[in-house]
Design a protein around this ligand. Structure first.
Ligand code: MN
Ligand code: MN
Length: 288
């Protein structure tokens, strides 16, 4: 529990830090690298690459090492930060930009869900409360993105916490750790589609590879990140020809590539997320 609390607090602090940096003119790569550096300075590790998804991109965008994207005044930016301490993960996100109404709506959805994170609560009830909060703002939630259970070294385990009433009768258990993350959109698809590769990868399972360089890189990945997502840019200082060897490991089904996720009608998306401990009085772990 001590590690969960520590990871949550550091995640919240680093998310705040990122939000302060996210002003028009800022470079996305700088924001991501500074947040990730602060996580390490705080005595923790990133649980996944900082996600900086713009506008219609809902999730799974992290700047590559040659990404020159500059934040514009009209951009809507989701900052999603994951931190782990010994594999215990805090996952939180916030949206910044000038579409205040859309940002407020995702926060209202999250705030409607948090008090419901109590033992015995059915998942469909949480989804229903989230969708209703969006509706009060005349907006809709994205249905094929959801919150998730978290266990040590496993960012998405077991439970899937819906952002609408999906009829799921599964009940929350006391002591479970879950991430609640409503996505609200001005689009009309209520769905995301898979786009280009994000530069974010995850280890499926390590197995022997012939190539010595690929083998070295795989050993490093298994050791440093375990099954948690990582960015190709994290490997570039240590290893030559990272892109080539990643392709090789993808072909062998050793790695998995996360595609960018965009709202299917290209509407803007906002997100708000906290990691919560399920209790009679739910505890927000990702707070300062
Ligand atoms: Mn997240
Ligand atoms: Mn999450």
């Amino acid at each position: 529990m001590e590690n969960w609390i520590k990871a949550g607090k550091i995640a919240a602090e680093c998310l705040n830090y990122g939000c302060e940096m996210a002003k028009p003119g800022a470079r996305l790569l700088d924001i991501a690298e500074k947040i990730e550096a602060k996580i390490k300075e705080s005595g923790a590790k990133p649980a996944f690459p900082v996600n900086l998804s713009l506008n219609e991109l809902a999730a799974h965008y992290t700047p590559s090492s040659n990404d020159e994207t500059i934040l514009k005044a009209e951009d809507l930016l989701k900052i999603d930060v994951g931190v782990h301490v010994e594999g215990y993960i805090g996952d939180c996100a916030r949206t910044v930009g000038d579409d205040i109404e859309l940002i407020k709506a995702s926060e209202a959805c999250l705030n409607a869900a948090i008090p419901l994170c109590t033992p015995g609560r059915k998942l469909k009830e949480i989804g229903k409360a989230i969708a209703e909060a969006a509706k009060e703002h005349n907006l809709i939630t994205i249905r094929n993105l959801s919150g998730h259970g978290i266990t040590q070294f496993d960012l998405h385990c077991g439970l899937s916490i819906p952002n609408f009433d999906n009829g799921d009768e599964t009940a929350l258990k006391e002591g479970a750790i879950i991430a609640i993350e409503p996505f609200v959109t001005r689009g009309n698809a209520a769905r995301v589609s898979e786009g280009k590769p994000s530069g974010i990868y995850g280890l499926i399972r390590a197995k022997p590879v012939r190539d010595i360089n690929a083998r070295k890189m795989l050993g490093f990945i298994a050791n440093e990140y375990s099954s948690l997502p990582f960015a190709s840019r994290w490997l570039e200082k240590e290893f030559p020809k990272v892109k080539f060897y990643i392709q090789l490991l993808l072909k062998e089904s050793i790695l998995h590539s996360y595609p960018q996720l965009y709202e299917s009608s290209r509407g803007k998306v906002s997100q708000a997320e906290h990691t919560i401990l399920v209790k009679e009085k739910p505890v927000i772990l990702t707070k300062i």
